[in-house]
Design a protein around this ligand. Sequence first.
Ligand code: B12
Ligand code: SF4
Length: 524
Amino acid sequence: MKVLLASAFGPYGVDDEYGQASCRMELFHNQVTREQGVFSIRMFHPSFGLHFLAENISPPTTVLDFPSEARFVEELRNGYDVVGISFIVPNFLRAKRMGELVRHHAPHAKIVLGGHGTPVPEVEEIPNDGVCKGEGVRWLRTFLGEDPERPIRHPILSDSFGGRILGVPVVDRAGHITPGLGCPNACFFCLTSSFFDHKYIPYLATGKEMFDVCVAIENALGFRKFYVMDENFLAHPERAYELADLMEKHGKNYRFSVFSSAENITRVGVDFLVRLGVISLWFGVESKIETFTKNRGVDFASLVRDLRNRGILVLTSGILFLDQHDRQNLWDDIRFMVGLEPDLMQFMQLGPAPFTPIYRRYKASGRIMENAPYAGWHGQGQIWFRHPEFSPEESERLLIEAFRYDYDTFGPSLIRMCDTIVRGYQNLNGSANGFIARRRESLRRRAVKFRPFLAAARYHAHNPAARELVERVTAEYRDAFGSMTVRELALSQVVRAYAAREARRVASGRNVYQPHTIVTRYRM
Ligand code: B12
Ligand code: SF4
């Protein structure tokens, strides 16, 4: 018995029969820094879910990530008994094509489908022998006739590859950790909450379990920085407290990037986050018009300021085209969210996806556009529901304007991040706690790494606000670290050359990168 697990085939982020140019496979460039030209931060993430599955079943298994259609067919020729396809809603047509290819080239193989695309009503149009709508490890074990309840092992993986800053290939990788899936908060628009039935499914239930995975990743891959893929990591403070205690006890200066809702961030407090080694934090501001329970009573302006002053990078997200939005208050909301001055700002269009409460409501009232192709259901193109005020075309234009407003007002996120790092370094000065002193030292190292980029940035600052930001942050660096060394000056010239080339590429409109195909063999 041999198993193949594949992600939807590329190329991604191009207009073709399977997808749209506005649906890229790059996290920041897709939905955060997309309008920041040469400053847009580029990177790819492997399909973590597939590795979780591969690590936790018994047969020899191949994970084929980011194949082309031809590469997928080529792999099928290796004779698999089970082929798993993972897809999200906008990749529905790709998954359908892949199912057809399996039936044609490997007619004896069983096809199983999984991922956030499976709730679409037409899922049965994809040839299949089983559909997993939710947690996959137990489901796939059951499908293969294995014991679903035996302990789950966390895969040892790095979080990203293909990073580029100002066109320079950078290696700034971290370990990947998924402590659990889903979130019980059940915000009405949220697919990940609905997909896992508004429950939290822990993979690493305690701080000790998480600490052990950190140590295992450090031993295997050398990373002491981790990208934590959990929708609401701080919703389980006991796990985080235990993890921090263990790190201190064992002298491990680990650092984490986490997602969390604001209520939980304020509950544990910024001091604790510094102690835990959180270096970046992503939370949903969503909107000031709609009151989400998770955001009730949160003073976002001071929260963002406090976090950045302690060296924690802040990524906030906002939703555009809520029912209450009209031409006036949409911009009030955009200005409010941008005015919080996070390092990074994600805007996403409201996107009713099957399974969610909002989808059911819109579907029942005939507001879902029946002819809108799934390829466009991704939140960075045009809305696929009828809004009382905005047409799909306007939604696309206004989304782009919101991103540009952020960029024009506060400058490149890259430089804001440099600002946060140096602010944290200055403000953690003099702490009596030896562990915090080590945190400060890691901020210094990050600052040093970024300095040549900062120096090259002035040649690409696109308006007076961006130029002023670069000047101010450059002065902060000088105050904190003195003049640039000869090596830093030389490196900044290298960055300048790369950035000039990247700027030409961006200007020519060829502004999408493709991830390379990654083949990982388990037990083969
Ligand atoms: C990491 C991530 C990405 C990475 C992609 C990495 C990759 N290689 O695919 C990046 C940043 C590139 C990305 C991009 C996009 N993403 Co994304 N992404 C996520 C995120 C945050 C985490 C996914 C993850 O790794 N989870 C951890 C793993 C362990 O869990 P899992 O993937 O759910 O897998 C489990 C089960 O689902 C199941 N399973 C999954 N696949 C399979 C397959 C089989 C055969 C079986 C049996 C089971 C199974 O088993 C796994 C173990 O339990 C999710 C949100 C979330 N928290 O889940 C959004 C999410 C999946 N992304 C989403 C979207 C919309 C996008 C984008 C369109 C951009 C956007 N507008 O947000 C682009 C599309 C890219 C493209 N062109 O295809 C949506 C999908 C919504 C939908 N309607 O389908 C999500 C749910 C976010 C959201 N709430 O809106 N994304
Ligand atoms: S808090 Fe975040 S992850 Fe949880 S339901 Fe709301 S939007 Fe989804």
